[in-house]
Design a protein around this ligand. Structure first.
Ligand code: BMA
Length: 322
């Protein structure tokens, strides 16, 4: 992938003060992304100096230059959750059944849970519920039902990085009839220990192509003494049975190299969470010639943008297996 020359496309300086909770913010990163009605929307993770996180929307007519809205996203109905919610973060946005759904992480005493909200207009977000029970992160919805059920990818948290967050080395497929109650169907892919993607988690929601579901994910290499390195890679899943991996990039397709990726709140991190594909055929399969924009968190501090084409991602997903 190629970095946008204007990177990082969003920094703390682009976030307007939203008193009293967000003034002189610390960082902005890990955005969910979607294009609707010609506008590209980002749902940003913004951190205050209290280290609380909030979601804030940004929008853009061209997908490159964004204006951040001076308001904190309110998930109406989230107050019905009785347990304390410490943070909401890492949104993934999927268009489904004519609306947009936001799946996000919720840090609670029970661990990390997956919250779900729905919006029609990117202004009102209705909280639909906590959709998990055990500690899990990186939930992403598929954009359509498959085999009569809703599907999502999720990453159970089974490990803890040295001095870092809970993590996991397996992405699972889960199914649901109502988007709220989910049952795990089977493992999709595991981490490749000793290589770039030892721990893994989904990035943006999967994209439907004629070849299969194309999915960008993140991998963490933990065998360097000084830091855990977060990178991006790509995998291709079977259209009818997404537990079947058809191909997977041997190497990463984006790794921390630039100063804003190497230095920051959490050094050595590129964390892809939003992706916009421009061109689809009449049956809504993404076209290989389509430009692709991937929005990612850089060092848990700023937002980066990398561009590629769908064809290049498909080619990366057919590299020889590691
Ligand atoms: C992951 C998540 C991401 C974060 C990354 C690097 O576990 O918490 O939000 O970007 O760690 O700190």
């Amino acid at each position: 992938m190629r970095r946008d020359p204007a990177n990082p496309i969003l920094t703390r300086a682009d976030v307007p003060d939203i008193p009293p909770l967000l003034t002189d913010v610390t960082s902005v990163f890990n955005p969910g992304a979607v294009k609707a009605g010609g506008i590209t929307y980002l749902m940003l993770r913004v951190q205050a100096r209290s280290r609380e996180t909030f979601m804030v929307m940004a929008e853009s007519a061209d997908g490159f230059r964004f204006v951040v809205r001076p308001e904190i996203v309110k998930f109406s109905g989230i107050e019905s959750v009785k347990d304390r919610i410490y943070h909401v973060y890492d949104a993934r946005i999927t268009r489904l059944d004519g609306a947009h759904y936001v799946m996000f992480a919720m840090d609670m005493d029970s661990g990390c849970q997956l919250g779900l909200a729905r919006t029609e207009d990117f202004r009102d977000f209705r909280f639909l519920g906590v959709t998990s029970t055990d500690d899990v992160r990186n939930g992403v919805l598929f954009p359509e039902k498959i085999g009569g059920q809703y599907l999502r990818l999720e990453r159970p948290n089974k490990a803890k990085l040295d001095g870092g967050p809970t993590t996991g080395s397996e992405i699972w497929l889960a199914g649901s009839d109502d988007l709220i109650r989910w049952r795990r169907i089977g493992p999709v892919m595991g981490g490749r220990f000793h290589y770039w993607d030892e721990y893994i988690g989904s990035g943006p929601p999967p994209v439907k192509t004629r070849q299969g579901w194309l999915h960008v994910y993140h991998g963490v290499a933990t065998h360097f003494g000084s830091a855990n390195i977060y990178q991006a890679g790509v995998v291709l899943l079977d259209l009818h049975d997404p537990t079947k991996v058809l191909g997977r990039s041997r190497g990463n397709i984006l790794e921390p190299r630039e100063p804003y990726e190497l230095c920051g709140q959490v050094p050595n991190v590129v964390f892809p969470s939003g992706m916009v594909v421009e061109e689809f055929d009449a049956e809504e399969f993404a076209l290989p010639s389509s430009p692709v924009r991937v929005y990612y968190g850089a060092a848990d501090t700023a937002v980066g943008l990398a561009v590629t084409t769908l064809g290049e991602l498909l080619a990366a997903a057919s590299e020889p297996p590691l």
